[in-house]
Design a binder for this molecule. Structure first.
Ligand SMILES: [Zn+2]
Length: 385
């Protein structure tokens, strides 16, 4: 369902309302007590009761997204406003981050060269470093301003638009890399299917990104707002259309024919900003959260995933929805009366299962052979982002 409205001082904005989980197709969605406000419109958070995927149930359309990623984004909103410098003004510190990313790619894939695609390459600092290191590097970027910078200032091969629009031939790349991008993608399943199509059979996809709502203080915040039946309004553009956790991101890739070969949970070290009582509270919780991630793999707020295309004869056609058939709310929970169940939910619309998951951790262990839960070494948590 789409909705059109006139935003003050700008042209018409179009949104779409999501009524089915984009990952498992369940229509059993729960409202979460937060929402972004952008151009006088709310973009509320929802959670799938079936698979736990968190996403905005109202999302901007493609044209609005392109406007959101204009030049202003790279001046002030890049990295949620925490970028250390204006992106276009200096190579430093983005050059150092690029070197760190190439080191990570080398560690996870064992590759030191080949055909590299960066999705969401911005102005191309990583691609520049990759080219200098011997990679055949290409980029995809939705921002016209950033693409122009990459092409004219750095001489890079960057496609402006979405990944599917680039129409790369099958098996075009040995490595696809993206950092802080997946949560911005409107249709992650189609996106992941396309990723698999363009990867070489022995290729790797490396994904770095936030799992912000997985952190303990965010979990406590959602629980508290739910208990008091309040909604946290966030006056910001709805950049993050999805909020992944280690389970949902793994399920996304596995559902379209990838094997997740590495899943690293990371906690950003606590930092006291001293802006008020809430920051002191957050800092206190983070002091507990940091070692919990380090030693037990709990409540991470960043993740690194590496996946490889599964051989087609092992699981059938990639992209098929094996084991992910849509289920109704009643069948999903074994409940005969979903209306009465909704009425009886005690925590402001959050089910008891959600409350337990919010506080204790994830619904289930990821179950792969990664370091998660098995090798929580300091090194795992110290990866740069
Ligand atoms: Zn779902």
């Amino acid at each position: 369902m789409t909705k059109r409205f006139e935003a003050r001082g700008r042209k018409e904005q179009v949104t779409r309302t999501i009524t089915q989980c984009p990952l498992c197709r369940s229509s059993s969605l729960e409202n979460l007590p937060f929402e972004y406000w952008y151009q006088h419109e709310p973009f509320p958070g929802s959670r799938c009761s079936e698979c736990g995927l968190v996403f905005l149930s109202v999302q901007p359309d493609r044209e609005t997204l392109e406007e959101m990623y204009g030049e202003q984004y790279f001046e002030s909103d890049f990295r949620c406003g925490s970028a250390p410098a204006s992106y276009f003004s200096t190579e430093e510190p983005f050059g150092r981050e690029a070197a760190s990313a190439l080191k990570l790619i080398r560690e996870l894939t064992g590759k030191t060269g080949g055909r590299l695609l960066e999705i969401g390459c911005a102005g191309g600092w990583l691609l520049k470093a990759a080219r200098e290191a011997g990679w055949k590097a290409k980029g995809v970027e939705i921002s016209k301003e950033a693409t122009e910078f990459a092409r004219t200032k750095l001489g890079l091969d960057v496609f402006c638009g979405g990944l599917s629009e680039a129409t790369f031939p099958p098996h075009s790349f040995d490595v696809v890399y993206m950092a802080d991008v997946l949560e911005h993608i409107p249709d992650p399943v189609s996106f992941a299917v396309e990723l698999r199509r363009i990867l070489a059979p022995d290729g790797h996809v490396v994904v770095c990104g936030p799992t912000a709502l997985n952190a303990l203080w965010r979990r406590m915040g959602i629980l508290a707002y739910g208990l008091f039946k309040k909604t946290r309004s966030i006056a910001a553009a709805p950049y993050h259309l999805f909020e992944y956790n280690p389970q949902t991101i793994k399920r996304l890739f596995e559902s379209v024919g990838f094997d997740v070969v590495h899943l690293r949970k990371i906690k950003i070290p606590p930092g006291l900003r001293s802006r008020g009582i809430e920051d002191f509270f957050v800092f206190a919780v983070e002091i507990v959260n940091y070692p919990a991630t380090l030693f037990f793999g709990l409540w991470s707020d960043r993740i690194v995933l590496c996946a490889r295309p599964r051989a087609e004869n092992e699981e059938g056609k990639p992209g098929s929805w094996k084991g992910l058939e849509p289920r109704t709310r009643a069948t999903a929970k074994g409940c005969d009366d979903d209306e009465s169940e909704m009425d009886s939910e005690p925590f402001g619309g959050l089910s008891a299962m959600v409350v337990i998951e919010l506080l204790v951790g994830e619904r289930r262990h990821c179950g792969n052979d990664c370091s998660h839960g098995k090798r929580p070494l300091l090194w795992d948590a110290a990866v740069t982002w």
